[in-house]
Design a protein. Structure first.
Length: 202
C-alpha cells in the first residue's frame, strides 16, 4: 500500500519573511532509508512512499547561511547569533564561536573605513595596540584591511577589519580571533576561513 506522509519540519517557525534581526535558519538533512531530503525549519515537506520500519536520521548542517546587508556567506552552525540595531543608521551582527567572532557592520551613510575603525579601536584599547595592513582573498576576490593586535585583561587578541564594497554608506567585516597559543582549537579558525573563502558574496 502506498503511504502518503506529510512531515512538518522540526523547530517550526513563522513562514513570514525573516527579519534581519532573526538568526539564520539551521537546515537539516532527513534521511529515510536511502532517501535524503533537505529540511528547512518552518517549511512543510511532503514525502511520498511506502515505508515499513524505516531507518530515519535527522542530520543538521555544519553551517548556516548569513544573508543580511547585501552579503551572503556561510558560518559555523553552532556560533551564537546577535543583531544590534540600537544606533540609528548602523546595523551590526555578531556571530560568536569559542575562539572566533565574525562581525558585520553596515553604516547607511557614514564612510567608515578599516583605517578609521582601527584607529577608534586603538584609542579605546590604549597606546600599546599595534596596527598593520592586512589583506584576505575570499571567493576569488581580494579584500584590504587593517589588523589590530591588543592584549585585554592579559589575553592576546587579533581583530582584522576588512572593507566590503557597497554603493551606499560603508560595510565592514571584522574577524576576531585568538593567537595560536591562546586557542582552544585550531580547527574552528580554519573552518571559518574555509567557509568565507568558498561562499562570501556581495
Amino acid at each position: 500500500m502506498k503511504l502518503f506522509a506529510t512531515i512538518l519540519c522540526l523547530l517550526a517557525s513563522s513562514l513570514a519573511m525573516a527579519s534581519e534581526q532573526d538568526e539564520p535558519s539551521l537546515v537539516y538533512t532527513l534521511q529515510i532509508d536511502d532517501q535524503k531530503i533537505r529540511v528547512v525549519p518552518g517549511q512543510e515537506i511532503e514525502i511520498m512512499g511506502a515505508f515499513e520500519n524505516p531507518k530515519v536520521t535527522l542530520v543538521p548542517d555544519k553551517a548556516r547561511l548569513f544573508t543580511y546587508s547585501g552579503i551572503t556567506f556561510k558560518y559555523p552552525s553552532q556560533f551564537a547569533f546577535e543583531a544590534d540595531f540600537e544606533t540609528a543608521g548602523v546595523k551590526m551582527w555578531s556571530l560568536d564561536g569559542n575562539d572566533c567572532v565574525i562581525m558585520v557592520q553596515q553604516y547607511e551613510a557614514l564612510q567608515m573605513t578599516p583605517q578609521t575603525f582601527s584607529e577608534i579601536l586603538k584609542e579605546s584599547y590604549g597606546p600599546e595596540t599595534k596596527l598593520e595592513n592586512k589583506s584576505y582573498r575570499f571567493n576569488g576576490q581580494q579584500y584590504s584591511g587593517v589588523r589590530v593586535r591588543v592584549s585585554l585583561a592579559g589575553t592576546a587578541l587579533i581583530q582584522d577589519v576588512i572593507a566590503l564594497p557597497t554603493k551606499k554608506g560603508s560595510r565592514l567585516l571584522v574577524l576576531q580571533d585568538l593567537p595560536p597559543e591562546e586557542k582552544v582549537s585550531q580547527d574552528e579558525s580554519k573552518f571559518v576561513l574555509k567557509l568565507l573563502d568558498e561562499t562570501l558574496k556581495h
